[in-house]
Structure formats: C-alpha cells, structure tokens
Design a protein around this ligand. Structure first.
Ligand SMILES: NC(=O)c1ccc[n+]([C@@H]2O[C@H](COP(=O)([O-])OP(=O)(O)OC[C@H]3O[C@@H](n4cnc5c(N)ncnc54)[C@H](O)[C@@H]3O)[C@@H](O)[C@H]2O)c1
Length: 322
C-alpha cells in the first residue's frame, strides 16, 4: 500500500490533533514534525519515532517528505505555505488560509505554480451531521432555501489560550461562513455585522458577533459567533445549524450528541465526533489518488473575504458588499 509521507508544522492544540488524527489514517505516515517549542517538539518526535526540526525550512528538506500540515498561527501560514509549495510539498493548511486577500492569493498562486495540492482545514465540513445536512439541502428536500442560521460558541478561556492574537471571527466565524455557503451552495453577496460587548474584554478584539449574510440565491444567513461559555459548561461548546426552505426545515445541534452524563461532579455531554480524522483522510486520499482538493484555496479565500467584510461592518456600521 502506497502511503503519504507527511510533516506537521506547528504542534500546538490543533497540530497535536492532526498527529492523533493522522495516526488513524491508514495511508498516512508522519515522518517529521516541527515546532519552536523544543520540549513539545522532542516529546512529539519521540512519541512518533519521527524526525524533529525546530526550523520548518529544515523539515521541508527531510528526505522523502511529500506533504505538510501547516498548523501555525494564522499570520504565519503564508510563509510556510509558500516555502512548502516551492519545495514541491502538498499542503493542508489550517483555517483561516490567511488573514487577508493578498496572503490568501499568494498561497493559492504558490500551490498552483508548483503543481501541488492545497486543502484548507475547514473541519466543520467533516462532521457527518453537517455533511448530511448539506446533502439533504442539495437534494432539494427542504425546497428552495430561504434562510440559514449558524451558531458557534466556545468557552471563555479560548481567547486566553490563543493569547488574543486573533478575534473570534477568524478563529470560529470563518468556519460557519464557509459552512453556510457550502451547505446552501450559493455565494455570499453582502455582510452586515454587529459586535456585542464582550463578557470579559481582556483583548482588543471582537468577542461576540451577529452577522447577517445575503446570498446570491436570495437566502439570508445569520451567524452568531462567540466565546463566552463558562468553563463548567457540560459540552464546552455550543454549535448549531438551522436551515429553512419552502418545503421544510432542519435543525442540527452538536452540543448534545445523544449521550448526556450526570454525576455528583456535574453534567457532561461527551464529544463523540472525529471530524479531524475524516479531514486528514480526505487530504491523504486527494494526494495519493490525484483527486481535486476537497476544500480548495478559493474556498478559503471566500471565507477570508467574508470575515474581513464582517470586521469592516463592525467598524463602519454599514452593509459591506462582496
Ligand atoms: N480546524 C480547527 O478546528 C482548528 C482548531 C484550532 C485551531 N485551528 C487553527 O490552527 C492554527 C493553529 O492554532 P492552535 O490553536 O493550534 O495554536 P497554538 O498556539 O496552540 O499552536 C501553534 C504552535 O505553533 C508553534 N510555532 C510558532 N511559531 C513556529 C515556527 N516558526 N515554527 C514551528 N512552530 C511554530 C507554537 O510553538 C505552537 O506550538 C490556527 O491557524 C488556528 O486558526 C484550527
């Protein structure tokens, strides 16, 4: 069986998630990892029996390396992706592809020029529930789509964890802007967004937002994005999707996944989805079987345009055309 030799750049929260996910993907072979944090680097390299590089440019020269997962902070995606493409490596880059149009286009162009696959890590597309919702909508079971509502709310410790280096829109909102567009299969034409006062304003970033998105097919989308849940919350997140058409409606709730546990320590809704394994498998399959990227750089770019439109709308109080 042909396997894909992969390097993981960035071994933080999601980089470790990719390590665990790729270990479950039969045709994936993690050969090298990189992080500037030497403790994390050494522990992970030892655990995997893989080569460890503090400098990711050295990782890109690892013998036999074929592909990379870029799991660095958002503002470092461009440099790593351009260098990986120039070295001829296929790329799975975490969301958001970048934080502005120029960097996003530079990544897309670098991958095209090098003839390597480029996939953006929109993990939400790989939850079976979201994929099924999309299938139903695309099959016309709800009729013509009138509206779509998405909620993605995380625990209040999240901005502390990422040290306020980005706001909630690039961290979480980008997922739902992509998911809304993907589920209803229509392009966004305008965005209006209001930010509510944060429960805890430690960082000068947006923390809770309500965006209204107009789509080309006439549907209206609303995304409620925030990170205000108390740490005691039984799931640690609240993710929802409601789609309404002229023949029906669907409601998706990722918070309660069918199993609720109550003990003297409190309530717990265990997390049972494994979207990262499906996402990483889709990446490996697209490279080894030479299939189109399941989430293109252009998909990543549209979501970046939408987030930036929302951020501009918060500042100006105006509807922003895309
Ligand atoms: N798909 C998802 O659901 C999901 C979830 C979380 C984060 N993300 C995305 O993943 C990316 C990383 O986020 P995170 O939460 O894992 O961040 P993190 O801070 O937990 O991890 C980033 C890691 O990169 C390392 N790093 C920094 N500079 C480096 C360099 N020059 N070379 C090598 N390593 C370096 C840091 O030491 C750290 O370990 C972001 O773009 C974020 O938006 C995606």
């Amino acid at each position: 069986m042909k396997t894909l030799n992969i390097g993981i750049i960035g071994l933080g929260e999601i980089g470790q998630g990719h390590v665990d996910a790729l270990l479950q993907v039969e045709r994936a072979n993690i050969v090298a990892v990189s992080d500037v944090n030497e403790t994390v680097l050494d522990q992970t390299a030892k655990r995997l029996g893989a080569a460890g590089y503090k400098n990711y440019e050295e990782l890109l020269a690892h013998p036999g390396l074929e592909a990379v997962v870029v799991a660095l902070p958002d503002n470092m995606h461009r440099d790593a992706c351009e260098k990986a493409a120039a070295a001829g490596k296929h790329i799975l880059v975490e969301k958001p592809i970048a934080m502005n149009v120029e960097d996003s286009e530079a990544i897309i162009n670098a991958a095209k020029a090098a003839g390597v696959k480029l996939m953006v890590g929109f993990t939400v597309r790989f939850f079976p529930q979201y994929a099924h919702a999309r299938q139903l909508v695309q099959k016309g079971e709800l009729g013509d789509i009138v509206s779509i509502f998405a909620r993605r709310v995380n625990v209040i410790t999240q901005p502390d964890r990422i040290k306020g280096r980005t706001g909630v829109m690039f961290f979480l909102g980008v997922h739902d802007f992509d998911a809304m567009r993907w589920v209803i299969g229509s392009e966004p034409v305008s965005v209006y967004c209001e930010a509510a006062n944060s429960v805890e304003s430690k960082y000068p970033i947006e923390n809770e937002t309500f965006s209204i998105v107009r789509f080309a097919n006439g549907a209206v989308g609303c995304a409620h994005i925030g990170w205000y849940l108390p740490t005691q919350h039984p799931a640690g997140f609240d993710f929802k999707l409601d789609v309404t058409g002229n023949k029906g409606t669907l409601n998706l709730d990722m918070m309660r996944q069918g199993l609720e546990v109550y003990t003297i320590e409190g309530a717990k809704y265990p997390y049972m989805a494994a979207p990262l394994v499906a996402e990483d498998r889709a990446f490996v399959d697209c490279v080894l079987d030479d299939k189109p990227s399941p989430v293109s750089g252009e998909d990543g770019l549209v979501a970046v345009r939408m987030v930036n439109a929302a951020l501009e709308s918060i500042k100006t109080g105006k509807v922003v055309k895309l």
